[in-house]
Each structure stands twice: as structure tokens, then as C-alpha cells.
Design a protein around this ligand. Structure first.
Ligand SMILES: [Fe+2]
Length: 210
């Protein structure tokens, strides 16, 4: 695909993404694209497949009945967008397989699948390196300063603050890092975790004057 045409198509996809996503998911997506491109280079994945999959990976979120099904809705919507822009069939399949293989926070997804008696096969399984890169980028975004703001919103109202922080550290970090698929993803997650721990320590010191 000639670069100029590709850039024009990306521009149009970005316009569509801006319509589909609310602010929280838009910033999430911008960060996922950035992380996914970084991991693509490290893991030698096809950067165009990963970039477009990352850009469109949550476009169905607003339109699905349950968040745990958002990967299916997003893949459907992405397929239509890419068809309308005359992307190659094989390329569309690769992008949509990537989107179908991501789950967001795996634990929330697994809890939902169990509750709804879904077969284990229903759980997204990343197979290709492009699937794995998107899967990891989506998870690692939860460890950025913006990503962390989301669980922060709930702990301010729900728990004792220190208790809530421990819950975030347990749910977001310890559980999800075990599910990461690529070596580069695990290295990047460790780096982000260290930054976050530093921030938490400053915050606790400030609040509790420890
Ligand atoms: Fe996402």
C-alpha cells in the first residue's frame, strides 16, 4: 500500500474513532496505539496490522450489551470501516483477528464468561505475534498514569484509600502481568510498574505522612 494512500486512510479511521469513543476510551486508544507500535518494532510484528487493530480495537465498546463482548462488536465494526476504505481482504482478516483476540483486563472478562456459562473457548486467545502485541498493549495501558486514573475513580468512593490502592496493585499489576504474551511487553510492564510504585509511595507519604 502506497504510504500517501495509507496515511489518508488512517486519517479517516481516526475521524471515525473520535466519533465512536468517549474521552476515557479515546485517550486509552491513543495510548494503546503508541504502546502497540513500540512493541511491534521490538517483536518484529507487522506494524500496519497492529497500528490499525490498536486504533479500532474498542470501537464497538459503546454499542455492545456487555463489556466482555466488546472485542466481537469492535471487530465487526472495524471490518465494515476497513471494507468501506477498500483495504485488502487478508489485511482486514488479520486486523479483525487481532481485535477479536484482545480482552481488556482478562480477569474481568473471565469472571463474566464464568458467570454466563460460556465455554472456555469463548475466551479470546491471541495466536499471531500481532494478536499478542495488541493484547499486551491493551493491558499495559492500564499501567500508565492515565490508565491508573480509571481504577482511582472507583476507589475514592468505595474503599479505605490505602486498602483501595492495594486492590489496584493486586488486580491491575500482579494478576494482569502474569497474562502478558510477549517478552517486550513484560519488560515494559515492569518499567511502568516501578514508576507507579514510586508515585504510590509519594502519594501515601503525602496523605498519611508516613
Ligand atoms: Fe482497550
Amino acid at each position: 500500500m502506497k504510504d500517501k494512500i495509507y496515511k489518508t486512510k488512517i486519517k479517516e479511521l481516526k475521524r471515525l474513532v473520535f466519533v465512536d469513543l468517549d474521552f476515557l476510551n479515546l485517550v486509552h486508544t491513543i495510548e494503546v496505539v503508541k504502546i502497540a507500535k513500540f512493541l511491534s518494532k521490538k517483536e518484529k510484528a507487522d506494524i500496519k496490522i497492529v497500528e490499525i487493530a490498536a486504533l479500532l480495537h474498542d470501537v464497538g465498546k459503546r454499542y455492545c450489551r456487555n463489556i466482555a463482548e466488546h472485542h466481537i462488536y469492535s471487530a465487526k465494526r472495524a471490518r465494515q470501516y476497513l471494507k468501506d476504505l477498500n483495504f485488502d481482504e487478508n489485511f482486514i482478516d488479520s486486523v479483525c483477528n487481532c481485535i477479536k483476540s484482545h480482552s481488556g483486563l482478562v480477569d474481568i472478562f473471565q469472571q463474566w464468561a464464568k458467570k454466563h456459562d460460556k465455554d472456555k473457548k469463548f475466551l479470546p486467545v491471541p495466536k499471531t505475534i500481532e494478536d499478542k502485541v495488541l493484547f499486551d498493549a491493551d493491558m499495559i495501558q492500564q499501567y500508565t498514569f492515565f490508565g491508573i486514573a480509571k481504577p482511582f475513580l472507583s476507589i475514592f468512593n468505595q474503599y479505605d484509600f490505602e486498602e483501595g490502592l492495594k486492590k489496584i496493585i493486586y488486580n491491575v499489576f500482579r494478576k494482569t502481568t502474569k497474562k502478558l504474551q510477549t517478552v517486550s511487553g513484560r519488560i515494559l510492564a515492569q518499567k511502568k510498574m516501578k514508576q507507579f510504585e514510586k508515585y504510590i509511595n509519594f502519594l501515601l507519604e503525602f496523605i498519611y505522612k508516613k
